[in-house]
Write a protein that binds this ligand. Structure first.
Ligand SMILES: C[C@](O)(CO)[C@H](O)COP(=O)(O)OP(=O)(O)OC[C@H]1O[C@@H](n2ccc(N)nc2=O)[C@H](O)[C@@H]1O
Ligand SMILES: Nc1ncnc2c1ncn2[C@@H]1O[C@H](COP(=O)(O)OP(=O)(O)OP(=O)(O)O)[C@@H](O)[C@H]1O
Length: 279
C-alpha cells in the first residue's frame, strides 16, 4: 500500500474581476497550502478496475473526484492497470478548503508515479483543470497567485504564518454562490506580484454571509480577535480563517473557541508536501 497526503488550501484573498462567455468567473487569488490534509492510500491492481473502498456518504462512487481523476488518467494513457483507493477524509466538504480538488490532484500525481505513465507536469495540469478550477494549483505544488479561472499560476513566497480555521455547520455549493445575482464581478484587477496579500478581500464573502448567517457569525467572531493579519472566508466558504504571524498568537485565539464552534489550527506551508516529487 502506498500512502500520500492531500493538503487543504486557503484563499488569502479572492477577487472576482470578470466573467467568461461560458459563465466561469475570472479571478485573482492567492492560494496557500496548510498542514491539514486528507490521506490517500493506493494498491495496484492488474485487472484495470478502479475501486474506491471508502465511499463518502452522499457522493456516488463514479462522481468522487479521486475516482474521476483515476479514470481520466487511465483513459488518457490507455494503461491496462487498475487501482484500489482508500480515502481518509479530514478536510470538511463544501468548506472552500479545496478538499475534493486536492484529493483529485494527489490521485493524478500518485497514479502517474505508480502506474509509471510518465505524463509531464504540464499534461497533469491540463487533466487537472478538466476536473475542476481548483485542481491545477495542487499539481503546481507551490503557493501561488492565480488568475484566469484559477489555472494561470505564478509561484509566490509567503511569510511564515499560522491559521485558526472555523468550520461553520453548513456546506456551501460553489456553483450557487457564483451564480448569485448579488455577486459583484468588477473588482479592479491588481498587478501581478509584488502586491500585499493583506490588502485583498473575498468577493464571495458577502453573498455567502447573507445566505448563511452561521458563516457571518464565525467571521464576526474572528474579526474581534487580537493580533490577526488577515480574517476572511476561504474560496466559496463555508470555512473562515484568521492568519497570525506567530504560533503563540494563533494558539491563544484557538483556545478561546467556544463549544458552539468547530475549528482547527494549522501552519502555512511553503510548498505542497509532494513538491520534491513533482517534476
Ligand atoms: C472558489 C474557488 O474555490 C477559489 O479557489 C474556486 O474558484 C472553485 O473551484 P472548484 O471548486 O474546483 O470549481 P469547479 O468545480 O471548477 O466549478 C464549480 C462551479 O463554480 C463555478 N465557477 C468555478 C470557478 C470559477 N473560476 N468560476 C466559476 O464560475 C462554475 O460555474 C461551476 O459550476
Ligand atoms: N473526494 C472528494 N472529497 C470531497 N468532496 C468530493 C469528493 N469527490 C466529490 N466531491 C464532491 O465535491 C463537492 C465539493 O467538495 P470540496 O470539499 O472539494 O468543496 P470545497 O472545499 O468547497 O471546494 P473548493 O474550495 O474547490 O470550491 C462535495 O460536496 C462533493 O459532493
Amino acid at each position: 500500500m502506498h500512502t500520500f497526503s492531500a493538503p487543504a488550501k486557503l484563499n488569502l484573498f479572492l477577487h472576482v474581476v470578470g466573467r467568461r462567455q461560458d459563465g466561469y468567473h475570472l479571478l485573482q487569488t492567492v492560494f496557500r497550502f496548510i498542514d491539514f490534509s486528507d490521506q490517500l492510500s493506493f494498491a495496484l491492481r492488474s485487472d484495470g478496475l478502479i475501486k474506491l473502498h471508502t465511499p463518502i456518504v452522499g457522493v456516488p462512487e463514479e462522481k468522487d473526484l479521486c475516482v474521476r481523476a483515476a479514470k481520466l488518467l487511465q483513459q488518457k494513457t490507455a494503461t491496462m492497470q487498475g487501482i484500489d483507493i482508500f480515502l481518509q477524509k479530514q478536510i470538511p466538504m463544501g468548506g472552500g478548503l479545496g478538499g475534493g480538488s486536492s484529493d483529485a490532484a494527489t490521485t493524478l500525481l500518485a497514479l502517474n508515479h505508480l502506474w509509471k505513465t510518465n505524463l509531464s507536469k504540464q499534461q497533469l495540469l491540463e487533466l487537472g483543470l478538466q476536473l475542476g478550477a481548483d485542481v491545477p494549483v495542487f499539481i503546481f505544488g507551490e503557493n501561488a497567485f492565480a488568475e484566469g479561472i484559477g489555472e494561470k499560476l505564478t509561484g509566490i513566497k509567503l511569510p511564515p504564518a499560522w491559521y485558526v480555521v472555523l468550520i461553520p455547520p453548513v456546506q456551501v455549493s460553489t456553483a450557487e454562490i457564483f451564480t448569485s445575482k448579488e455577486l459583484t464581478r468588477n473588482t479592479i484587477p491588481i498587478k501581478i506580484p509584488p502586491f500585499s496579500v493583506w490588502q485583498g478581500h473575498n468577493d464571495l464573502e458577502r453573498v455567502v454571509c447573507r445566505l448563511y448567517p452561521e458563516v457571518a457569525r464565525c467571521l464576526e467572531w474572528l474579526k474581534q480577535q487580537e493580533n490577526t493579519t488577515i480574517t476572511a472566508m476561504s474560496g466559496s466558504g463555508a470555512c473562515v480563517f484568521a492568519e497570525f504571524a506567530s504560533e503563540a498568537a494563533a494558539q491563544a485565539v484557538f483556545e478561546c473557541i467556544s463549544d458552539s464552534m468547530t475549528g482547527f489550527m494549522a501552519r502555512g506551508l511553503d510548498y505542497h508536501p509532494w513538491q520534491q516529487t513533482i517534476k
